[in-house]
Ligand binder design. Structure first.
Ligand SMILES: C[S@@+](CC[C@H](N)C(=O)[O-])C[C@H]1O[C@@H](n2cnc3c(N)ncnc32)[C@H](O)[C@@H]1O
Length: 249
């Protein structure tokens, strides 16, 4: 029987040369999306201490540094991504600390950050709802009371081929789903760099996960509702939902 997809396969995919190169190009040529710039600047002050998890080649943390955010640290569980992010930071002469770290188990003290960021749907590349919730608990642990979490996810109601989820529901009901998937909502999608896992939640699922992990939801909106993106951004990434949550107690 085919076994369930392991997170080690995802980690190794994010270590592939062509994948790292793809994210490096985005860090250099695309930078922050207009929506990210708007949301992150509204939620965080340049003086805040910020942790970015799943930073890839540094597209977001280097973009924030450029905007004057001097308290940001970038982390990713892919060593190759961090090495690439360091190369780009060195070239730009940006002193952003960049470390290898898994979002589910962070070597940081409790409550030391004003905010955390898990951009570009990275949270949804953690297979298994329990593990995604584990990451949300861990992010909450390192943020002070009143601190915020900003992340994005795909949304099952937007962007998938018409009828896909109705057919997928039937496949799960009859046990004919891809045996490597963990849960309904999981997909293994084709990309230029080979197949990759992503979980596509509906809004209620994320609302439940935030509540279950102690976060208070402050706002959420689809990227397309926030602002119009450039053609380059639209070609790099499809529409997604932005989430802002607060640690209120
Ligand atoms: C879609 S990429 C986004 C990269 C970057 N934030 C950007 O926007 O260009 C998702 C990133 O999350 C990282 N990632 C996935 N699971 C992770 C985990 N459990 N802990 C830390 N990083 C993780 C991947 O290595 C990858 O770099």
């Amino acid at each position: 029987m085919m076994s369930k997809l392991e997170d080690t396969e995802i980690k190794s995919w994010f270590g592939r040369e062509s994948v790292v190169e793809h994210y490096a190009e985005a860090a250099v040529d695309i930078g922050l999306w207009a929506s990210e710039e708007l949301v992150l600047q509204r939620v965080f002050a340049p003086t805040d201490t910020l942790l970015e998890v799943g930073c890839g080649a540094g597209r977001i943390c280097l973009g924030l540094w450029e905007l004057g955010y001097r308290g940001i640290i970038g982390t990713d569980f892919s060593r190759a991504m961090i090495q690439q992010a360091r190369r780009i930071a060195a070239k730009l002469d940006y002193s952003v600390p960049l470390r290898v770290a898994d979002a589910r188990k962070l070597a940081f003290e409790e409550e030391i950050f004003d905010g955390v960021i898990f951009g570009f749907n990275g949270l949804m590349q953690i297979p298994g709802r329990a593990d995604r919730r584990g990451a949300l608990v861990e992010l909450r642990r390192v943020v002070r009371r009143g601190g915020r979490l900003v992340f994005t996810t795909h949304d099952r109601a937007a962007g998938s081929p018409a009828g896909f989820w109705a057919e997928e529901t039937q496949r799960w009901e009859t046990g004919e789903q891809d045996p490597r998937l963990h849960e309904f909502g999981d997909r293994i999608v084709t990309s230029d760099h080979g197949p990759i896992y992503i979980h596509i939640p509906d809004r209620d699922e994320v609302v439940d996960d935030l509540r279950a992990t102690g976060w208070t939801l402050r706002e959420d909106a689809m990227r397309s509702e926030i602002c119009r993106e450039s053609e380059a951004v639209e070609a790099f990434s499809v529409d997604c939902r932005f989430w802002v949550a607060e640690k209120t107690d």
